[in-house]
Design a protein around this ligand. Structure first.
Ligand code: C5P
Length: 228
């Protein structure tokens, strides 16, 4: 079965404050996006990668990723992450009309171990229509109202932090995006709105999302491996 991975990388990265799109911020000399795409390809489970780049950066991102080979394609992203994923999905179906499994992976999770990518693909191949990698939550999580007052404490043992890549059958992700009204923070959320089940596999601490300067420091220090 043909597997395509979509990489929304069109965010502005304002919380990182690096003055450029987050996907293009370098760690150990290479942009986060390069690390992310290389990790997908080195899993051995992904046939094509479609990157949604900031619209003004499509040419530059294509140049950047060309050394990774012909399996990598770059299109312009959209205003919200959900739009970027939908645009990449359309492009992926042009590139690989026979695709049966689609992954959606954030460029910001640049150091996701290839073993996690393989586990997600394998879970879909074994019959799950939607799969997300998850980790237990270390912090107790409170629900608050608009004024910041605590209204509840969900049982922590039933909570999971969700990572990417998230894996889907192509048919299910297409249906989820076709039905999407408004943006979602993740694609599995759109599948849940359809009432379809979402399975989990174990995530990995190295699949953390790089959002803040602190996260970037962690990536430099730990995730990118020994300095060259
Ligand atoms: O902002 P956040 O870290 O949640 O973004 C998650 C991923 O979605 C990032 O890789 C970002 O580049 C991407 N994104 C996108 N298009 C947007 C907004 C975010 O591809 N309009």
């Amino acid at each position: 079965v043909t597997v395509v991975a979509l990489v929304p990388a069109a965010g502005r990265g304002e919380r990182l404050g690096a003055g450029r799109p987050k996907a293009l911020v370098p760690v150990r000399g290479e942009p986060l996006l390069t690390h992310a795409v290389r990790g997908l390809l080195s899993s051995g489970s992904v046939d094509h990668v479609v990157v949604a780049a900031p619209p003004a950066e499509v040419e530059g991102v294509a140049d950047l990723l060309r050394p990774l080979g012909p399996a990598v394609h770059v299109v312009a992203g959209g205003a919200e992450r959900t739009d970027s994923v939908a645009l990449a999905l359309d492009a992926a179906l042009g590139v690989a009309p026979d695709a049966g499994i689609v992954l959606v992976h954030d460029a910001a999770r640049a150091f996701t171990p290839p073993s996690v990518v393989r586990e997600v693909v394998d879970a879909v191949a074994r019959g799950a229509s939607a799969v997300v990698p998850v980790l237990p939550v270390a912090d107790t999580v409170k629900q608050v109202d608009a004024d910041g007052r605590v209204v509840g404490t969900p049982d922590r043992s039933a909570l999971r932090a969700v990572q990417t890549p998230q894996g889907f059958t192509v048919d299910l992700l297409r249906r989820a995006h076709a039905a999407a009204e408004g943006a979602a923070t993740d694609d599995a959320g759109l599948v849940e709105r359809l009432g379809e089940p979402v399975a989990t596999v174990p995530g990995h601490p190295h699949a953390m999302k790089i959002t803040t300067p602190f996260d970037l420091a962690v990536a430099e220090a730990v995730l990118a491996g020994p300095a060259a």
